[in-house]
Design a protein around this ligand. Structure first.
Ligand SMILES: Nc1nc2c(ncn2[C@@H]2O[C@H](COP(=O)(O)OP(=O)(O)OP(=O)(O)O)[C@@H](O)[C@H]2O)c(=O)[nH]1
Ligand SMILES: [Mg+2]
Length: 328
C-alpha cells in the first residue's frame, strides 16, 4: 500500500515554486510543534532544502527576482523529469510516522507547449496528486494592470494542463493559488482584497472550468498569499530589449533578515482538506492512507483538527470554491 499523499507545485519558470517550498520547509517544524504535531523531512529532503535556504538567505539589499546568481537557482533536471527529487515529510509521532506528504517540484519550463516530455510529466502529477500549489508571481499580476502576467505566469498553459488532467475526477482535489513575492500587496486588508480580486479576474477561465458541474463538488479552491522571503518589497520593473521585464526588489531595511510568513498556512489548508476527506468517509482510494492514520489515532486526529482550525480567513486568504470540502 502506498503510504504517501502527493502534492505538486505548478507554475512557470521563475515564479517562485522552489522558494515557496523552501519557506514551507523552514516554517513547518516550528508551527507544527506548537500544535503537538510532528512533521519531519527525510534526510535527503532536509539536505536539499537546507541548501536552498542558504541561497535564499544570501539575498542582498537590492536584487532582481530572476537574477540567478543571488537567491535561489532555477530548478534543473539534468537527467530528465524522472531524475527530479521528491520532498518527503513524515507526519505523526516520532516513534510512529503515520503517513508521508510527498511534494514535487520541477523546472517551470515544463509548462510550455514546446516541452512535450515536461508537459506529460506535469499532466501525470496533476492526475495523481491530491493537491496542487499554483505559485503566482504577484508583481506580474498587480503591477501595470497585469501587463506581464501572461508572460510570467503563463495562465493559458496552466489552464490547458488542468483541462486535460481534471477532465474526469473521481476523487476530491485541493487547488491552492499561492501568490508569492507578495509582501507589498498584503500590507492591509484593502490591498489584500484587491489581490484576491485580481486573481479572480486573471484566472477567470480556470476558475470557470473548475466550477463546472462535474467538478464543482470535487474541487476546493483557496488563495494563500505567502511571504516567502518576508523582508523585501517590490521596487520597479525595467524592460530590457523591449520585451524582457526585470522585476526589482528591495529589502525593507539593510539589516532585515529572511523572515518568511504564512507559508505554514498551505499545510493548514492541506490538512484541513485531508481531515474532511476522512470525515466524509467515502472510501476514496487516494485518501485511504489518511483514514488508516486517523481512524486508530484519536490524538493525531485531534492535533490535526486543531492545527487546521488555524487557517487564516483574511489578509488575502479565502476559500473561492468547495467550502463543503473544507468544513470541519
Ligand atoms: N522578492 C522576492 N523574491 C522572490 C520570492 N520568491 C522567489 N523570489 C526570487 O525569485 C526567483 C525565482 O524563484 P524560484 O523559487 O527559483 O522560482 P521557480 O518557480 O522555482 O523557478 P524554476 O525553478 O525556474 O521553475 C529567485 O531568484 C528568488 O530569489 C519572494 O517572495 N520575494
Ligand atoms: Mg525552481
Amino acid at each position: 500500500m502506498n503510504k504517501e499523499l502527493k502534492i505538486t507545485m505548478l507554475g512557470a519558470s521563475g515564479v517562485g515554486k522552489t522558494t515557496l517550498l523552501t519557506s514551507m520547509y523552514e516554517q513547518f517544524e516550528a508551527t507544527t510543534k506548537q500544535a503537538n504535531l510532528h512533521l519531519k523531512p527525510d534526510i535527503e529532503t532536509a539536505a536539499i532544502l537546507d541548501k536552498y535556504l542558504g541561497q535564499l538567505k544570501s539575498l542582498t539589499y537590492e536584487f532582481k527576482a530572476d537574477e540567478r546568481k543571488k537567491g535561489i537557482r532555477g530548478t534543473a533536471a539534468t537527467a530528465g523529469p524522472e531524475s527530479l527529487p521528491s520532498y518527503i515529510f513524515e507526519l505523526g509521532k516520532p516513534e510512529k510516522a503515520s503517513f508521508k506528504l510527498l511534494f514535487r517540484d520541477y523546472p517551470g519550463g515544463y509548462v510550455l507547449p514546446s516541452d512535450v516530455a515536461g508537459r506529460r510529466f506535469i499532466h501525470k502529477l496533476l492526475r495523481e496528486c491530491a493537491a496542487v500549489i499554483i505559485a503566482i508571481d504577484t508583481p506580474a499580476i498587480m503591477e501595470l494592470n497585469g501587463r506581464w502576467h501572461q508572460l510570467r505566469n503563463r495562465p493559458d498553459e496552466i489552464l490547458s494542463l488542468f483541462k486535460t488532467a481534471y477532465q474526469n475526477l473521481n476523487e476530491p482535489r485541493l487547488v491552492i493559488f499561492a501568490p508569492v513575492k507578495c509582501e507589498t500587496y498584503v500590507k492591509d486588508e484593502a490591498s489584500a482584497e484587491q489581490l484576491i480580486w485580481r486573481i479572480k479576474e486573471e484566472y477567470a477561465p480556470l476558475l470557470e472550468f473548475l466550477q463546472q458541474p462535474s467538478r464543482a463538488d470535487k474541487v476546493a479552491v483557496v488563495t494563500t498569499p505567502v511571504q516567502t522571503v518576508g523582508c523585501v518589497v517590490f521596487w520597479k520593473i525595467e524592460v530590457e530589449n523591449f520585451s524582457t521585464p526585470r522585476f526589482y526588489f528591495r529589502k525593507t531595511s539593510f539589516n532585515s533578515k529572511y523572515s518568511p510568513q504564512d507559508s505554514e498556512q498551505l499545510l493548514r489548508y492541506l490538512l484541513r482538506f485531508l481531515l474532511k476527506a476522512h470525515l466524509q468517509d467515502k472510501r476514496w482510494p487516494m485518501f485511504d492512507i489518511v483514514r488508516q492514520a486517523f481512524s486508530p489515532d484519536a490524538e493525531l486526529k485531534q492535533a490535526v483538527e486543531l492545527f487546521a482550525k488555524g487557517c487564516k480567513k483574511t489578509g488575502g486568504f479565502a476559500i473561492l470554491q468547495g467550502q463543503d470540502l473544507l468544513n470541519i
